[in-house]
Design a protein around this ligand. Structure first.
Ligand code: AGP
Length: 617
């Protein structure tokens, strides 16, 4: 997915557009560009492949003045990351420019039709086709002011489009005027004093305003520095509300940390507490999750739960399955969102579906939610990004309250998601079989998590030493059982997505069913083996690896000295309940992959080929 920014007001646009792109780079970073109205009836267009620094240099070499502009940072879907394919794209006249996040699925037929009319295209992108289509409609509109002709042209063009879009458009005939629209890709309107903004993500403009309107699918907005109007693409009226952004600009900054990922790892004592703050009930020895919009009676009638997510969110869901089945005894299953959306899953009327998503914009998770709703099921969201599409379209749910997660590799969102799932399991369990004593024990252990996470973070240097020791590893196996099988999967995902080495996660006992053939002196195995009900089984599996000269790094519970006998390197975590152990066990894996990747010279915050939220299929 990509990041887009629009600005119109009384300030010079370029610094605002560039700073916005810097804050959006995590959404895509293979090329970037901007366009500004130059005040002389024309548009200045600057764009470059590669990182944002290349665009900054171009703008230094070829300055562009103006107080109205649009900009874009790209994650390529159609066409290589080249200067030509970078956004903004212009129409045939060169007087209309557009930036786009999404995929125009019928771009080829539109391209063929316009090529037959003599349109010539400079890029391989679907976006350029959309720019030409709007420009073609603009030229066909003969009545009204340039501004209203542009609005009509955007409307007419989008009616011909299949696919997804979040766009910002401007035309040299309409200086100081922007048009935006969205379907399937996020778009936020930021409201300033004498200036207004469009952005893919409110984090890009939070340094300028905390008042935002999260546009809905099929909304169309047009704006000047003084005013705005929101309608639907079909011309109807659109409901909207002004929201107050709950985080500040500095929270979205890196601070003294070398990378956002490390900052976000170290935020976890606070973010895990944010996830349970105000949601623990000592009186009832239970949890309070008001946003579920379900009565206690409705919650008691739930006889099956489906948890959907992608990537890290899916791993959190897998922990959730163990949590809910062990604490609430409700049959629970995890569906990879991209599978669920196409699978004809058998669901009955008392099945409750949860979608889990940090960004609240992941297209597969969004589609899974809509598929569940289409079949008449309540779908609740566990989401971090306030005002995101999933947050707004779900039938309720809970926010993680983790603050913006900028690093592409999810870290704090995972521990907050698991914390929320533990609260859900406690709530459902206390409505069924959990005793007061069991509820109180869980509450006590949940409250102790932040301090225990801090103790693990204090071992950062030791974990870094271990990472450096294995720097020449050709790959890594991550192994865990029960609640920590998903933790092993998450550790493998962290390692592969930021260091680019092969890494795979497995249930420990699966090793002897083929995977052990991979074990060698060059292939370390990372065991997530806290002192729990399957500890001895993990020790046995570790010994099988050692018998084949495989190096072993083990994450285990403080005081568990037995591990020193079998593992080559041991990372200790504080004791906690087995069902909460993934929240602690994952921290060493996050740090291990971080230090390993940094030492290998990888770009930890912006790994190759990836983007923070995948809003295209
Ligand atoms: C995890 O580190 C990755 N960034 C990726 O797997 C991510 O978890 C996945 O794309 C889901 O994102 P979401 O939580 O924003 O829906």
């Amino acid at each position: 997915m990509c990041g887009i920014i629009g600005y119109v007001g009384n300030q010079t646009a370029v610094p605002i557009l560039l700073d916005g792109l810097r804050r959006l780079e995590y959404r895509g970073y293979d090329s970037s560009g901007l366009a500004v109205m130059n005040g002389g009836g024309g548009i200045e267009l600057r764009k470059r492949s590669g990182r944002l620094a290349n665009l900054r240099q171009l703008v230094r070499d070829q300055p562009a003045a103006g107080t109205c502009g649009i900009s874009h940072t790209r994650w390529a879907t159609h066409g290589q990351p080249t200067d030509e394919n970078a956004h903004p794209h212009h129409d045939r006249s060169g007087r209309l420019v557009l930036v786009h996040n999404g995929v125009i699925e019928n771009y080829q037929s539109l391209r063929d039709r316009m090529a037959a009319e003599g349109h010539a295209f400079l890029s391989q992108t679907d976006t350029e086709i959309l720019a030409h289509l709007i420009g073609r409609q603009y030229d066909a509109e003969t009545d009204g002011t340039p501004e209203m002709r542009l609005v009509a042209a955007v409307r007419a063009a989008l009616k011909q489009v299949a696919g997804t879009y979040g766009i910002a458009v401007m035309h040299a005939d309409a200086p100081g005027f922007l048009v935006g629209a969205r379907l399937g890709s996020p778009l936020v309107l930021g409201l300033g004093k004498g200036e207004n903004f469009l952005a893919s993500d409110v984090g890009a403009i939070v340094s300028h305003t905390s008042d935002a309107i999260y546009l809905s699918d099929r909304d169309l907005v047009y704006l000047t520095g003084e005013d705005f109007k929101i309608e639907t693409v079909d011309g109807g009226s659109a409901d909207f509300e002004v929201s107050r952004v709950e985080f500040t600009a500095e929270q979205a900054e890196r601070g003294d940390f070398p990378h956002y990922m490390l900052k976000e790892i170290f935020e976890q004592p606070v973010t895990v507490e944010n996830a349970f703050r105000g949601r623990l009930s000592d009186d009832e020895a239970s949890a309070k999750l008001g946003g579920l919009n379900l009565t206690p009676r409705e919650l008691r009638e739930v006889d099956r739960i489906v948890l959907c997510g992608c990537g890290t969110a899916c791993h959190a869901a897998m922990v959730g399955e163990y949590l809910i089945e062990s604490l609430a005894r409700i049959p629970t299953e995890v569906e990879i969102a991209s599978e669920f959306r196409y699978r004809n899953v058998t669901l009955d009327k008392n099945t409750l579906i949860f979608v889990i998503s940090q960004s609240g914009e992941t297209i597969d998770t969004l589609a899974a939610m809509r598929e569940g709703q289409r079949k008449g099921h309540r779908v609740l969201g566990l989401v971090n990004a306030v005002g995101s599409t999933i947050a707004r379209e779900s039938d309720g749910g809970s926010y993680l309250h983790s603050g913006p997660e900028i690093g592409v590799a999810a870290t704090k969102s995972f521990t907050s998601q698991v914390t929320l799932l533990a609260l859900l399991a406690l709530l459902l369990g206390r409505m069924r079989h959990l005793s007061v004593a069991q509820g109180r024990e869980l509450l006590e252990e949940i409250r102790a998590l932040p301090e225990k996470i801090a103790r693990i973070l204090a071992r950062n240097d030791r974990i870094r030493e271990i990472a450096l020791k294995y720097l020449d590893a050709e790959g890594m196996l991550f192994l865990g059982r029960q609640f920590n099988y998903p933790t092993a999967l998450e550790g493998a995902l962290k390692m592969k997505e930021i260091s680019y080495i092969f890494a795979s996660g497995h249930a420990s006992a699966e090793l002897k069913h083929g995977i052990i053939a991979l074990v060698s002196e060059k292939l370390p195995s990372v065991f997530v083996a806290p002192k729990d009900s399957v500890f001895d089984k993990n020790i046995s599996t570790i010994e099988e690896v050692k018998a084949r000269k495989g190096p072993v790094i083990a994450v285990t519970t403080e005081g568990c000295d037995e591990m020193e006998r079998v593992a080559d390197d041991v990372i200790y975590v504080p004791p906690t309940l087995e069902c909460l152990s993934p929240i602690l066990s994952v921290i060493p894996l996050q740090l291990l992959s971080y230090h390993f990747a940094v030492a290998r010279g990888c770009d930890v915050d912006k790994p190759r080929n990836l983007a923070k939220s995948v809003t295209v299929e």
